[in-house]
Design a protein around this ligand. Structure first.
Ligand code: HEC
Ligand code: HEC
Length: 161
């Protein structure tokens, strides 16, 4: 626990530093995405912002990269370190657990379900189905880490892949 807190403190300093440095800092609601993170974790899906899961969930995700939702997403230890620090430093403070166990999926968290309980049912179902984890299908600026209502546009009938 002690080490965990220390990591959090050190990496929030890093997050603050990048917040003042990035040109998009003023626009985004929180720290901009770390480029090294986007590179490693934004190739198969968009890079999910740190604030979507708590630190324990992120650590659990990173510890299971060899068997990551059916794919091997493992990264060498040197590449992983700044990613771990970034995620721990920008993680959600409220827990994202179920029965005390860290959730690996954002889309299974209570906050996600709550925020999305007004999404029209047709969007989660065939033939229009949008995968809940495909954030960018609705949040058009998700790739940059922005989820503001301003950039939200639900797919029209038949438009979703
Ligand atoms: C080789 C491809 C690949 C790479 C690289 C990858 N992922 Fe994934 N990731 C996936 C797949 C596939 C899923 C499951 C998507 C689905 O169910 O819709 C997923 C899902 C996730 C989810 C859960 C999304 C949700 O709420 O359902 C998280 C969190 C996640 N990845 C984090 C990461 C992080 C962090 C990294 C970088 C260390 C990373 N991923 C790199 C393929 C990848
Ligand atoms: C099918 C469309 C859809 C998908 C896919 C989707 N969202 Fe959303 N999201 C919405 C809608 C609709 C809202 C509610 C906006 C409101 O009521 O203000 C929302 C709200 C949010 C909010 C709150 C925004 C705010 O400022 O209050 C966040 C954060 C968010 N979504 C993140 C995500 C993430 C992360 C993913 C992917 C893992 C995702 N969403 C996938 C449609 C979607």
């Amino acid at each position: 626990m002690k080490t965990c807190i220390r990591i959090l403190i050190v990496s929030s300093a890093v997050a603050v530093a990048s917040l003042t440095a990035g040109p998009s800092a003023a626009k985004s609601r929180h720290a901009p995405l770390l480029p090294a993170y986007v590179e490693e974790c934004g190739s198969c899906h968009i890079a999910f912002p740190g604030r979507m899961l708590d630190a324990a969930s992120w650590i659990a995700v990173l510890e299971g990269l060899e068997q990551h939702f059916g794919v091997d997403a493992s990264v060498d230890a040197k590449t992983l370190e700044p990613i771990r620090a970034y995620l721990a430093g920008t993680a959600r403070s409220k827990p994202t657990t179920a029965g005390g166990v860290p959730l690996l999926r954002i889309t299974e968290t209570r906050w996600f379900r709550h925020e999305h309980d007004e999404v029209p049912q047709r969007l989660w179902q065939e033939p229009d189905a949008v995968k809940p984890a495909d954030c960018a299908a609705c949040h058009r600026s998700a790739a940059t880490g922005s989820y503001s209502e301003h950039d939200l546009r639900l797919p029209k009938k038949g438009e979703a892949k």
